[in-house]
Design a protein around this ligand. Structure first.
Ligand code: SAH
Ligand code: SF4
Ligand code: F3S
Length: 444
């Protein structure tokens, strides 16, 4: 049997797309290889959000090309956002690539592999007009009890630093009936937790005369789904109705990822985020007031062009004021073709490095303080498997999306109550007190 291997870079949407790529290849009769070295078809699902994933891909590609010289029959396929961004030059940059496809044209991979009986021809690309939902493809789901569910593709925002709109195209919402049918199917297969995915989930449905709040309520009504998460919402579209739906729906987790990007209104404007520092803080307060125990995560960029020490201090102030439970922090990385890349006053690397260090320190201190307040409580944990660091412990996540390592029994997919005894900035530790039997019990 011929075997494939998929390496995934980037965000959850890419993780989702990779499961579909795998499902599609399995339908073509390929089996999964344990590593890139053992595969006849080597697939890279790339990301180009910052320079780092580009460089990482180059290293992986170097290895694959060397291997292909030893085994000339190997097929190398490159998909995802980097492939799309480089569509004009990908084959000349990397002459060993056989097939390339963009995030919206994944089915081409199967077409070219299938139709060519693996004697692939170097394909032309699909165009943006024929973009299809990867969600329509067969799925290879690694975790039986958790699943990604795509609700939209593309992004209509124009954040000046971001390459995503250029590579993923305009936003198109998936029909609510299709989303609900998929969630129903997943629930019937034993999935307990779904994460609804879109570049901007709260603008969902504008093209279909519906909205994200209605979708959340409908997914909440699907029998068997104990946990609903979503990512990412854009603060500009976080409406009252969505906050109310989060508060009302039992299955919607007490967790939201709310990208801040900067605490300086001046920089937010240059980023074209369309909210101010004050509006962001007001939204975070409103959400915490409406949803008891809400955990807030965020994304922050330091070193955006023109960012001064004062602007950066405003970011630190907002981090302190809001008190994030977790945060992804990034050094600004110029992306070719975006407006910010051409802005004057690019911030020197050593300034960026100094700022990210100070930011990370603050983020970690606050996250550790917030996690410490969980000590002494009992948290509902969805068990994922053995602990990554100590196989004698089990690992899972709370509704607030914190990883917990714990002693006691629990099998993957089970909901267990864990008494929290210790905390770090990113994890909790404790002991299972009892297993929850059913979803209804978990909700009572
Ligand atoms: N659509 C999502 C995710 C976008 S990418 C959203 O809007 O929330 C994830 C994060 O990468 C962004 O939130 C931003 O913080 C970061 N990012 C995007 N472009 C970047 C760039 N050019 N340099 C550094 N970080 C960037
Ligand atoms: Fe990029 Fe902004 Fe769209 Fe997020 S909302 S994908 S940061 S353009
Ligand atoms: Fe990267 Fe594309 Fe996601 S650029 S972050 S894989 S949308």
């Amino acid at each position: 049997m011929r075997r494939y291997h998929v390496t995934t870079f980037g965000c959850q949407m890419n993780a989702h797309d990779s499961e579909r790529i795998k499902g599609m290849l399995e339908e073509l009769g390929l089996g999964e290889a344990p590593s890139q070295q053992d595969a006849d078809v080597v697939v890279f699902n790339t990301c180009t959000i910052r320079e780092k994933p580009d460089t990482k891909f180059a290293a992986y590609m170097g290895e694959a090309a060397a291997r292909k010289r030893e085994r000339p029959g190997t097929v190398i396929a490159v998909g995802g956002c980097y492939a799309e961004a480089q569509r004009e030059r990908l084959f000349s940059l990397y002459p060993d690539v056989d097939v390339a496809f963009g995030p919206g044209t994944i089915p081409h991979l199967a077409e070219w592999l299938g139709a060519g009986g693996f004697g692939v021809s170097r394909g032309a690309w699909g165009t943006a007009d024929e973009r299809t939902f990867a969600a329509g493809l067969p799925m290879h789901n690694e975790r039986r009890f958790q699943a990604w569910v795509q609700i939209s593709m593309g992004c209509n925002s124009t954040c000046s630093y971001c390459i995503v709109p250029a590579v993923r195209g305009r936003e198109v919402s998936r029909r609510p009936g299709d989303v609900l049918a998929e969630v129903g199917r997943l629930a019937a297969e034993g999935v307990k937790e779904v994460t609804l995915l879109g570049q901007n989930v709260n603008s969902y449905g504008r093209d279909l005369q519906t909205d994200f709040a209605s979708l959340l309520r409908a997914v909440d009504r699907v029998e068997g789904i104990a946990r609903i998460r979503f990512t990412s919402p854009h603060p500009k579209d976080f409406r009252r109705e969505v906050i109310e739906a989060m508060a009302d729906c039992d299955a919607v987790c007490e967790h939201a990822h709310l990208p801040l990007q900067s605490g300086s209104t001046r920089i937010l404007k240059a980023m074209r985020r369309t909210y101010s520092r004050e509006r962001y803080v007001r939204l975070a307060t409103e959400m915490r007031d409406a949803i008891p125990d809400l955990a807030l995560g965020t994304d922050i960029i330091v070193g955006f062009p023109g960012e001064t020490e004062d602007d950066f201090r405003e970011t630190l102030e907002v981090v302190e004021e809001v008190g994030f439970d977790s945060a992804f922090t990034f050094v600004y990385s110029p992306r070719h073709g975006t407006d910010a890349a051409a802005m004057p006053d690019q911030v020197p690397d050593e300034v960026k490095r100094d700022r990210i260090e100070r930011l990370v320190e603050l983020v970690q201190r606050i996250a550790a303080e917030r996690n410490a307040t969980r000590i002494g409580r009992v948290e509902e944990v969805l068990v994922e498997g053995p602990s990554r660091t100590d196989p004698s412990l089990m690992r899972g996540r709370t509704r607030r999306n914190t990883t917990v390592n714990f002693t006691g029994d629990g099998s993957p997919g089970e909901l267990v109550d864990v008494a929290i005894e210790r905390a770090t900035s990113t994890t909790l530790a404790g002991a299972a007190v009892r297993a929850r039997q059913a979803v209804s019990a978990a909700r009572s």
